[in-house]
Design a protein around this ligand. Sequence first.
Ligand code: SF4
Length: 235
Amino acid sequence: MTLDALTEHSIALIQKFCADDQSITCAFSGAEDVVVLDLLRRANRSMPVFAVDTARLHLETVTYIQRVQQHFNLDLTWIKPDPKAVASFEHQNGRFSFYEDGHLACCNLRKTEPLRAYLTQFDGWLTGLRRDQNPNRGTLPELQLDPVFKGLRGPLKKANPIASWSREDVDTYIQRYNLPQNPLVQQGYKSIGCAPCTRALKPQEHERAGRWWWETASNKECGLHQTPLPASKVV
Ligand code: SF4
């Protein structure tokens, strides 16, 4: 499919997903998912947008998210972890325990649980997930019922409007429409998460190789997006 065709398809999907009086929010990670924000604009759908501030992000990512907020005039909410829980966790485990016993406990504390609370206000959310990001996402549906979180009225709908896009499609879209980019991209980063858990890529490496690089390649999820649970009728 051409980039123009992909774009039209994704805009139509967003319009369908956000067509009724449901309460919908959109994730922004501070990376190439800026494409989804531009698709929302083109679809004439405005909604609350959130970014998860783990307090371990690169300064470049924080300033980039603020620049994107201004660029799109976003209604942006920073999701933050419970400071007491973080202090207690760090007191018990240290600030870098993820290098020893894996990233899931820290990600759960700083990302998953704060987001769980936030999403209970909504009926659905949009993400910038793509199938080509890693093998775990190879069967990602465009529309699903969220397998991790609950929404305002029970099941939470989830739309992944660029699920079928490739990394090349995304990069081409950003260049073609001159969207702001995280300055870390110029330093060799592609998939961008927290500073201690993200490194620049080496030549020929897959984009997720820079995330939690000390762990096995099959363990590149933080808990927000588990194995998709397909839903044939969510809109
Ligand atoms: S990516 Fe690293 S620092 Fe960020 S929440 Fe996960 S384990 Fe913690």
